[in-house]
Design a protein around this ligand. Structure first.
Ligand code: RBF
Length: 210
């Protein structure tokens, strides 16, 4: 059973349809098995519940939680530039930013030799980002400093870029708590699922006409 069935996330009353959205997940490689479960929870929910197309979910990784805000900010800005380039590029020339990918030495978006420039056409900018990580308290003050910096940093990325950024960082006192919140102990609920739906909901809110 989900811990806190009575106070967990209530489903939205309006449809949360992400079929036209492009979502970025940035996750850490600290505590990777737990992080992976959270990432998979977010992906599964966005695809199966919110109709996000699998090819419209981009996943990147960073070393630790402290790096999440920088990476999210950078990738949002790059995606905006690429989208604008694509819209302005009437000649269909190769986009210089096509090769940018944090983790892949040879990204799939790099056009093969002789390929049509149209193959490198820019994609839509990200509509929302989910930052996923797991911080587990150790015996020094490091945990407190990183938690504070990451929380403020992720909030700032959303406000500064105008793109919603979901706070998918568990800040746990013990590994057991983290396993529970990732749904890995057979008792808890996978919070990644909530973050997936939350990202879609916030992306729709961000583009809604009031
Ligand atoms: N990063 C995490 O994502 N989760 C952690 O639990 C975590 N614990 C850390 C503990 C110590 C003592 C140190 C030095 C780093 C830790 N980091 C952790 C990594 C941190 O987020 C960042 O990647 C590094 O400090 C490099 O900027």
């Amino acid at each position: 059973m989900r811990d806190g069935d009575h106070h967990g996330l209530q489903a939205s009353e309006t449809p949360v349809d992400g079929s036209n959205l492009r979502i970025l997940i940035v996750h850490t490689r600290w505590n990777l098995p737990i992080v992976k479960a959270l990432v998979e929870g977010a992906q599964k929910t966005m695809i199966e519940v919110n109709n996000v197309k699998p090819e419209n979910i981009v996943v990147e990784s960073v070393p630790g939680a402290y790096e999440l805000p920088f990476a999210a900010h950078k990738l949002i800005e790059v995606s905006k530039v690429r989208a604008a380039d694509g819209a302005n590029d009437l000649m269909g020339s190769v986009n210089l930013l096509d090769g940018l990918n944090l983790n892949s030495p040879k990204p799939a978006s790099t056009p093969a030799a002789g390929a049509s420039p149209a193959a490198s056409k820019s994609k839509k900018a990200f509509d929302a980002v989910i930052c996923i990580g797991v911080l587990i308290k150790g015996s020094t003050m490091h945990f407190e400093y990183i938690c504070e910096a990451v929380t403020q940093g992720i909030m700032r990325v959303g406000l500064d870029t105008g793109i919603p950024v979901v706070f998918g960082v568990l800040t746990c006192l013990t590994e057991e708590q983290a396993l529970n919140r990732a749904g890995m102990d057979g008792k808890g609920h996978n919070h990644g699922e909530d973050w997936g739906t939350g990202a879609v909901e916030m992306a729709l809110l961000n583009t809604r006409q009031f």
